[in-house]
Design a protein around this ligand. Structure first.
Ligand SMILES: C[S@@+](CC[C@H](N)C(=O)[O-])C[C@H]1O[C@@H](n2cnc3c(N)ncnc32)[C@H](O)[C@@H]1O
Length: 281
């Protein structure tokens, strides 16, 4: 059909009509993307509209995350770049990066970084946050929507290093309870620490040669479990997981360990057992 219409173009006296038809033929030809939405100047399909976080809350969010010199902060949906700029300008983060789908916002972020004199460490990228790899961040910030937070939740838990701090303005993460919640000028701010994955059975060898079997169950940062020591089963007491640091008490022995994949090693802390190690079965 399309080729028969296009093939009749050479008839004289009807040039304007046929030129129009030719353009339509080209634009609608399958497999040819002559005019993409961005080239046409159309607005990107944003998952959430732009609303800036007030500066006081920006500051508090970065304080809650305890941003320091060795941090790499990524703001998902970075707007005019205020969180990214504040992270390096006010908290001296090693670097900060903003991702936004709207090119106008990305340009504003770059301009604000330039004005603050931090454009070498505060960078911006145009793109869809759901297609980006942000797993290198040590601090992740966002002001999105609850539905978007829930889409991000498994990505955060599965790809980000234990101990990564996640701060959200306004919206929570469903049944992943925050480690900290504050209300600033009537607005909610939430902090989560990405927990290590510790669920399973572990074989713990003590410094004096005893073998302990640990069984841990986990829901986000909440863990519980029991230990079998020389045939006797006992609950773990004072169990706590914060990032990659795990604490528990077996009988009168206090354990503080660092989780590294399928192993745990003791942390040097006064009053805590030393010389032990544990491996997940
Ligand atoms: C509520 S604003 C937050 C801006 C900034 N983070 C702040 O707190 O001031 C949300 C931002 O997300 C951006 N955005 C929306 N959908 C996005 C997507 N799929 N990928 C990346 N950015 C997106 C919008 O352009 C907007 O700038």
């Amino acid at each position: 059909m399309m080729s028969s219409i296009c093939g009749s173009f050479a008839q004289p006296g009807r040039r304007t009509l046929w030129a129009t038809i030719l353009v339509v033929c080209l634009l609608t030809a399958p497999g040819i993307n002559w005019w993409s939405a961005s080239e046409a100047g159309a607005s990107p399909q944003l998952s959430v509209i732009y609303v800036p976080t007030p500066e006081r809350l920006v500051h508090r969010m970065l304080e809650m995350a305890e941003v320091r010199e060795d941090d790499y902060v990524i703001d998902l949906g970075s707007g005019d770049g205020r969180i990214v700029v504040a992270a390096v300008r006010d908290f001296n983060a090693r670097a900060a990066h903003g991702i936004d789908l709207d090119p106008q916002r990305v340009a504003e972020g770059r301009e604000n970084a330039r004005r603050a004199g931090v454009e070498d460490r505060a960078t911006f990228e145009e793109g869809d946050l759901f297609e980006m790899d942000f797993s290198e961040a040590t601090v992740l910030t966002m002001y999105l929507l609850q539905t978007l937070n829930l889409r991000l939740r498994p990505v955060i838990l599965e790809t980000m290093r234990p101990g990564t701090r996640v701060v959200s303005h306004a919206f929570n993460m469903g049944d992943w309870e925050p480690d900290q919640h504050e209300v600033v000028d009537g607005r909610n701010a939430y902090l989560w620490i990405v927990p290590a994955q510790v669920q399973g059975r572990w074989q713990l060898s003590t410094a004096d040669g005893r073998e302990v079997t640990l069984s841990l169950t986990q829901s986000y940062q909440n863990i519980s479990g029991h230990a079998v020591v020389e045939g006797a089963s006992m609950d773990l007491n004072d169990v706590n997981l914060r990032g990659d640091e795990i604490r528990f008490v077996i009988g009168s022995d206090n354990y503080v360990g660092r989780v590294e994949g399928d192993t745990m090693v003791p942390v040097q802390t006064s009053g805590a057992a030393q010389g032990w190690n544990a491996r997940r079965n």
